[in-house]
Structure formats: C-alpha cells, structure tokens
Design a protein around this ligand. Structure first.
Ligand code: SME
Length: 158
C-alpha cells in the first residue's frame, strides 16, 4: 500500500484521474470501513484542500458523524434535514452553489459557502453520505459529482 499521496496540479479532471488510482491502492486489501473512510477523506483533503470533507453514516435512522477532515462538525442530522439529510432522503447527489440559498441548510460553520453531498449506497439503500464543503461559492460541478460518485463506489461495506 502506498502511504504517500502524490499531489497533482491541473484541471479537476486531471486531479481526480491521478487521485483515484491512489485511493484504490490505499483501500486495496483493507477491509476496515472506518480506516478506509478516514483515508478517503484525508486523500481528498490533501489533493483539493477543501474546507471540510467527511462522512456521515446512517445509524438508528439518523446520520451520525464519521471520519472527516476539517473543523469540528454537527454530530447528528435527521433524515430530510439540511443538505446531507436531503441527499439521504432523495437518494441523490446534491450540488449547492450557495448554501445560504438552500432552505434548511445546517451551518456547522459560517465559513462554508458551497457544498456537494453524495449518497453512499449498499444493497440499494442509502447507508451514509460523503459531504464536501468549500469556503468559496460555487466550488462544485458535475465533474466533482462524476468522480466523487466513482470514489464512494470503491467503499467495501461487507
Ligand atoms: N451543511 C451540512 C451539515 C454538515 S456540515 O456542513 C459538516 C448540511 O446542511 O447538511
């Protein structure tokens, strides 16, 4: 397993294309879910430097904070609440260019300005979300959606 990440410059496409094989190699042969989520969050933080990157996992019908990189965050989110709870309820990726314009957005930090949330599927159920926050407006687009959805498919749940 490679333990050093090679950071790539260039377009978002180029950055993701260089990062994804490295994430695959980090996860390869490691069955522990928390270890793998922690390394995915760390790898995304190292490559892109976004403000907050982390996982929430469904536990007893709530999203509960999992491995993340960034400032301390809200620990529990109800289904349908905020961007994360809405992504869970609708089972789809949400791109929010300006969080202040998203009804019900949960402001864990006033520094967060835009956000993308990707649902995590296991056995066709949403079992968690990947939440990425930026301190700049309009940081995320369908390129992020494409590659972040590929990255979360690398997670092994069994
Ligand atoms: N903003 C999210 C809450 C999680 S934090 O940003 C880390 C939301 O509205 O769901």
């Amino acid at each position: 397993m490679a333990e050093d990440l090679t950071i790539t410059k260039g377009s978002k496409h180029e950055q993701y294309l260089a990062l994804i094989p490295q994430i695959k190699s980090l996860l390869d042969g490691e069955p522990d879910l928390i270890a793998n989520l922690a390394n995915i969050a760390a790898a995304l933080k190292e490559q892109f430097g976004w403000f907050w990157i982390g996982f929430y996992l469904v536990k007893n019908d709530q999203l509960v904070l999992g491995p993340f990189q960034g400032p301390v965050a809200c620990t529990r989110i109800a289904k349908g609440r905020g961007v994360c709870g809405t992504s869970w309820a609708e089972a789809k990726t949400l791109i929010v260019p300006d969080v202040e314009k998203f009804p019900g957005h949960i402001a864990c930090s006033s520094l967060s300005k835009s956000e993308i949330v990707i649902p995590l599927f296991h056995n066709e159920q949403v079992v968690g979300v990947l939440d990425v926050d930026s301190s700049e407006l309009d940081s995320f687009n369908t390129t992020d959606q494409l590659y972040l959805e590929q990255i979360v498919q690398l997670i092994q749940w069994d």
